[in-house]
Every structure is written in C-alpha cells, then in structure tokens.
Design a protein around this ligand. Structure first.
Ligand code: ADP
Ligand code: ZN
Ligand code: ZN
Length: 735
C-alpha cells in the first residue's frame, strides 16, 4: 500500500465487510475496513487491477482467513443510498432473475452514481424571459414557430435547459431567442426536498360511465392492488390515469408512470403537464447523465410529483410513492433483453405490493399473462369497451391477395380503395413492418442472394444511401453493382420495404404527399415527434410506417389502415407469435377513426381463411386473446408453465452447443421439469457468433427458482464455460 492511497484512512482495519461488486459472479466479496460502513452505502473497492463501485452489505461474519483481504478504497455515502423499498426490490429481482446482486444494484442506478459521483445536485442552466421578451408581440415571431412556442412557454415561467430539450424545442430556437435578448440564462441551484402542492392546470373531462367506474374502483379500494385497465384504443385510458392520479397527488404523494417508448414521452408529458400544475420529470435514455441523476434526485427527495420513464425507471427511489402506472403493459420493450433481463411490468407489480401502492396496468391489447392474472383474481379488472368521444372502432376486413399482382407490395383492389379515400380528402395509413428498400438483394440471372457475412440473414437494400445493411448486426456494405457469384449486373431488390413503398406510393399517387415514419426517417433527435405531429395534423394524406406508428399515437384523420404483410407471423415457431400479431393488428387498426368518419382496416393476406385472423377480426382482441389463453393452457405454455432459457454463443457452433450440454448435465433430474435442447437459435449465426439455447420448463415458480439456484452455483466453477458467452433468461420473451 502506498502512502497516498485513501485506504490509509482504514489503517486499523480490523472489520470485514461484505460487498456486492458489479461483476458477473453470484457471490459477495470481503474487504477490510476500520468500521463497517452501513449496509446499502456505496464503496469504492479494488477488484483485480480495477477499482469498482459496490455496495456494502454489512459486517461479514463467516470469513475465510486463508486469503489476505484488501482494504476498501473509500466510502461514498454517509447513509444508505436507496430507500428500503428500492433496496428490497433490487434484492428481490436479483433472486428472481438469478442475476448477481452487484450487477443488479448497479443497474438500478443512474450512470453517474455507478461511477461513484456524489448523490447530490449540481447547479444547472435555466432560462427566463427578459423585459424585452415580455414586451414583444408573439405574432412578430410567426415566421419562427419554434421560437414563438418556446417564448410562449417561458412566459409561463422559467425552465431548465433539460426541460426545454425534453419538450423537443430546438437548441437553435433557444439560441435565437437569447440573441434577440428575449430570454436570458441563469444558474439554477436545485433545492433538495423541494416541496410542491397540488394544483390543477386544466379541468378534468367529464368521464363516461365506464371510465367513471374505473376511477371510482381505484379510489375506493380498501387496500392497494393491481388493476388491469383493458380499454380499446381511444377509449380514454389516459383520462382514467389522470383522474386516478389526481387523488394520489392531492394527498401529496408521487406517481411513477412507465411508458414503453421514449418517443411517446413528450406526448405523455404534454398531456400530464396540461392537467397538473406540479413538477414532472422524465427519465429516459436520451437524457445526459447529469440530467438523469438530477431527475432521480428529484424523485428521491420528493421534489418530483410525477416521474415518467421507460423501463429502468422502475428502480427510481421515491420519498412518498403513491401509485404506479404501466402504460401499454403488453409492450415487449418493457422487458430488458440483455444483461439483467428483468420485466419492468412484473417488477412494477412486485413494487406495488412491497410499497402498498396501487398499480394500474393499461392496454388495449393486454398480455396473456395479465389476462390470466385477472382470471386468477390476482388483478382487478377494469374495462373500457367504448371509444371516448363517440368515435367508432374501425371495421376490419381481410383482402385475399393470392394470385393478385403486387405493385411494391400493394394489390390493385387496395390501391383502388386508397384512391377513393384520398379523393374524399381522407388520410390513409399503410403499415409495413420492414424498413429499407427491399429485404434482400437478388441476382436475376443466377438466384444469388446477398447474405450478411456475419449472420444467417440477408442484407436489406437501402437504395437512397446505396448501401446494404444487416438489420441484425448492423454490418454495412456498399450496394454491389455485380453478382458475387456470376458477375451479372442484373441485381434486383426482392420484396418490399418502407423506403420502396414510399416511392411506389409517390408514383401511384403523385398528387398526395407521403410521409414515412420508421427508424431510418426518424434518426435525428426530435424528428419522430415532428413527424407524428405532422401526421396527426393531416399534413400528409398518405402515411407509411413500421411498428413505430403502432404505439400510442392516434391519427384522427385516418379512415383507412392497410397492413401489407403480416403472414409471416401466422406460421411462426414462436409460441408468442399469434399473441403479438393480434396485438400488432389491433394496435395499428386502432390508429384510425373519429366519430364523424369511421375507419376501415384492410389486411392483405395469402391466408384469409386462417383461424387466427378470422377469430381476431370477427371477435376482437379480447375474445381472441382469451381463446389463445385456453390454447396455452392445453399446451402447457406460459403463463401456465414457468420458463427459463439458457443461451450460449461462441465463434464455433460446437462450443456453444457443448457449453449448453454441460449446463444441461448440471440440471438435477426432476419428474416435473422438462429440458429442451441444446438447439440452435432461430437465427443460428448472428454477428459472427453461433447461438444455441436450452429451455427449462416446469409448473411451479418455486421449483424453477430452486433448480436454477442450485445449478448456477455449480456452473460458476466450471472452466469449460469460461470460453463461451452464456446467460440465463428467466421468463424469456424472445427465442
Ligand atoms: P387511449 O389511451 O385509451 O387510447 P386516450 O386517453 O388517448 O385513449 O383518449 C382518446 C381520446 O378521447 C383523446 O382525445 C381524449 O381526450 C378523448 N377522451 C377521453 N376521455 C374522454 C371523455 N370522457 N370525454 C370526451 N373525450 C374523451
Ligand atoms: Zn448471379
Ligand atoms: Zn449481420
């Protein structure tokens, strides 16, 4: 030990402390110190040749004295960083998902706290209007609508830079107003424990009877519980959230709202801000690390009344949590797909129970898990079967395209139907879940297909950029001029992506502008919100989009929704494919229609008679989902079975497979446990690695947990597993 290390502080270190260190090992580590820092404080500890931030788990009792223990480097917190509820939730999650506690705790923190930063505010920049800014006529800024809106917003009160960014105002508008001296910046020193009192920004809507029943049920419950708010698209679920929240906020308590997509947060934020004059913060991946920490502190200190966030916001500490809302609870993005693979919805339910606060899960297309929980009376059921404001749900139809020629994926009857709507001044939405120009590049002479060199997948053609792009590993190549096999220059795109569809539509309907919304057209920050607004305001008669447009947004002027190609899901090997297809079709269909102009949905398909499609279209999602659920029960699949999936990947297929064989050999035999595999993943090779999986299935959660715990303990010491990447996914969503 050199003289200058802070470890000197702990010179008489006779105590041994248990530390959860963020490494992929399912055990704690021992360090020496003078007095054990309280359980739950962060510590800086040496680990190998690195220095890591871990958590104290208190004094260690049984200590192996064989090894010389290292002293801790520093204690970072005076008191436990997380309130007991969040600490408990993370412990629970580590156990349930069988993930090392050190990594789970680390995951639950904003990045700066993971890096050892103090859990306190720094001053931040804010903006306020000047005298000149108050004097100027807003109308003078009509040529600069962004500036006009921003100035109007700032006239209502000063705003922090982070809130200005969060509301999608451009930095150019901010700068311009500053240069005109309409606004000025100031240094804002955030106040810890900032207080707020409840105030309404705008009056609530008059609830319809179903909404009223839902709000009343939540308010009247004698003890907090979980609610499934199953409401068709446009039924006014948000109004139910708002009015249920109002009661909680009125009591000075805080509300956590989870949304699946960051793209939806500005919209949600605006609706909430309009209703409530209370501090609202957002937590999502587009914030800077500092912004994220500040928002986290606001929640922890009680200064934020409402926190809106994506998945990881479930770990936010609150001073006085009063309610959790999970919007679009069926959405797959609530499940973390790598590392610590938790499901934010499921953790929300657990957290609600732990903290004794009500949890509202809302969706037009609930997951089968949640529907089953209603059937088992674990959740209370709240239903909204009517659209609010009198709008009708769209009529759904199938269009048999067997033997019909397709033009950029569109059949002639569909084109004619579109023309009719467009000529009547209506808006049309075409859904195609494939971005790019064409999903493959084909040699017309020899049949060669351009295949990704790192994946078992074809490159997608991106015409505008003249690139081939693999959507699985991100690999890019210049668009070749010649076939790699025969040298022919007759290369053509096979199939249709949104880029091509946009072009085709522009050719067919030159008089009707097309707006495409997909990952490629919305790369720039704020462009998604801009596109969505333009779409909502009917600036483009034709909308083309991928699943991005299937979420949350409502396009009131759309009267025709066409889904071009959903057949793939009808014959998928994934047992969840039918559920997802039903959700997707219903969500896309739900984008359309107002009271005055009911919509139509057209599903182009080669399988119009397929049972699933027929069931969905004639009986609606609610009935469709319940018949899927009965099927799951017959076949003993989730939610009637508990799954866990081991995955392994390696540069050689044999390595991945044999790693899983080793794992399989460690699984104890049990008459109620079924083990499937090892088998190759659906896409066996991805990003240059071969991927295999091993499925463990049983009836009881408890049994699954015991079994996994027992097995994992043995795996850690197996040298054969060190050469491959392997992981465990409890309640896997994707296979
Ligand atoms: P959902 O989230 O269920 O899809 P929204 O909450 O977005 O539906 O509501 C759809 C539309 O209906 C919104 O424009 C909303 O303002 C309106 N709305 C909701 N509840 C009412 C109501 N009780 N009376 C009139 N309009 C309502
Ligand atoms: Zn060729
Ligand atoms: Zn690839």
């Amino acid at each position: 030990m050199t003289k200058s290390t802070p470890a000197e502080l702990f010179a008489n270190d006779s105590t041994v402390v248990n530390v959860a260190v963020p490494v992929p090992l399912a055990r704690h580590f021992h360090y020496r110190c003078a007095t054990a820092p309280p359980c739950g404080t962060r510590l800086k500890v040496p680990f190998g040749n690195r220095s890591l931030v871990g958590f104290s788990l208190g004094v260690a009792t049984a200590v192996n004295t064989e090894f010389e223990l290292k002293p801790i480097h520093a204690v970072l917190d005076d008191e436990p960083l997380l309130p007991p509820a969040v600490w408990g939730l993370l412990q629970w999650a580590a156990e349930y998902y069988q993930h090392p506690l050190g990594e789970v705790l680390n995951h639950g923190l904003p990045v700066l706290l993971r890096q050892g930063e103090a859990a306190s505010y720094k001053t931040t920049e804010g903006f306020r209007v000047t005298e000149a800014g108050l004097a100027i006529e807003l109308n003078e800024l009509r040529r600069a609508p962004q500036q006009q809106r921003l100035l109007a917003a700032l006239r209502n009160g000063p705003m922090l830079r982070r809130d200005i960014t969060a509301q999608e105002f451009s930095s150019a508008a901010l700068k311009a107003l500053q240069e005109k001296e309409c606004i000025e910046s100031f240094q804002h020193v955030p106040q810890t424990n900032a207080d707020w009192s409840f105030a309404i920004g705008s009056e609530p809507l008059q609830l319809n009877p179903e909404q009223a029943l839902a709000v009343a049920a939540i308010g009247a419950a004698s003890k907090p519980q979980t609610y499934l708010l199953e409401g068709v698209t446009g039924s006014g679920k948000t109004e139910v959230y708002l009015q249920a929240m109002a009661e909680v906020l009125r009591k000075g308590k805080q509300v956590l709202v989870l949304v699946p997509e960051i793209g939806l947060t500005p919209q949600t934020l605006r609706r909430f801000q309009k209703r409530f004059a209370v501090p609202i913060v957002m937590l999502h991946s587009a914030l800077t690390d500092r912004e994220r920490l500040d928002a986290w502190l606001d929640a922890k200190n009680g200064g934020a009344a409402i926190v809106i966030g994506t998945r990881s916001a479930i770990f936010t500490p609150f001073k006085r949590l009063g309610m959790i809302i999970v919007d679009e609870e069926h959405d797959n993005s609530l499940k973390q797909q790598e590392g610590f693979r938790y499901h934010a919805r499921d953790l929300a339910v657990v957290r609600g129970q732990k903290e004794q606060v009500p949890v509202i899960l809302g969706s037009a297309t609930p997951s089968l898990e949640s529907i089953n929980n209603v059937a088992q009376q674990r959740y209370a059921h709240l239903q909204l079967t009517q659209r609010a404001g009198g709008a009708k749900l769209a009529r759904q139809t199938v269009l048999d395209i067997k033997q019909l020629p397709l033009k950029g994926g569109l059949s002639v009857p569909l084109i004619e139907q579109m023309r009719k709507e467009l000529e009547r001044g209506q808006q049309v939405l075409v859904f195609l879940n494939r971005r790019g120009y064409a999903p493959a590049l084909l040699c017309h002479e020899c049949g060669w297909l351009a295949q990704c060199r790192r994946c078992d997948a074809y490159y997608t053609v991106h015409q505008r950029q003249q690139m081939l792009q693999c959507h699985h590993c991100g690999d890019q190549q210049r668009l070749p001029k010649q076939c790699f096999d025969c040298g022919s220059t007759q290369l053509v795109g096979r199939g249709t992506g949104t880029e091509q569809l946009e072009q085709t539509l522009a050719d067919i309907f030159p008089e009707f502008p097309v707006l495409r919304i997909d990952r490629d057209s919305t790369r720039r920050k704020g462009s998604l919100a801009k596109h969505l607004t333009a779409a909502t305001e009917n600036k483009y008669p034709i909308l083309v989009g991928t699943q991005m447009i299937a979420k949350g947004h409502h396009f009131p002027h759309v009267t025709l929704v066409a889904l071009l190609d959903v057949d793939g899901a009808l014959y998928s090997s994934d047992f969840r494919a039918a559920e997802r297809l039903g959700q997707l079709i219903t969500q896309v269909a739900g984008r359309a229609g107002r009271a005055s102009a009911p919509g139509t949905v057209v599903l182009q398909t080669h399988h119009p008679e397929h049972d699933l499609l027929q069931d969905l279209i004639h009986n609606g999602y609610a009935a469709f989902a319940r018949s899927l659920l009965r099927e799951r029960q017959l076949t003993q699949l989730p939610p009637f079975a508990q799954l866990a999936l081991f995955r392994a990947e390696a540069h050689e297929a044999g390595q991945a497979q044999s790693a899983l064989e080793i794992i399989a050999a460690q699984l104890p035999e049990h008459p109620e446990v079924f083990v499937l595999g090892p088998m190759p993943a659906v896409m066996e090779r991805r990003a240059g690695r071969y991927r295999y999986q091993l499925l463990v299935q049983c009836q009881q959660r408890g049994l699954r947990q015991q079994l996994l715990q027992h097995t994992l303990a043995k795996l850690e010491n197996l040298p054969e597993l060190r050469r491959v990447r392997w992981s465990l996914d409890v309640d896997p969503q994707d296979f």
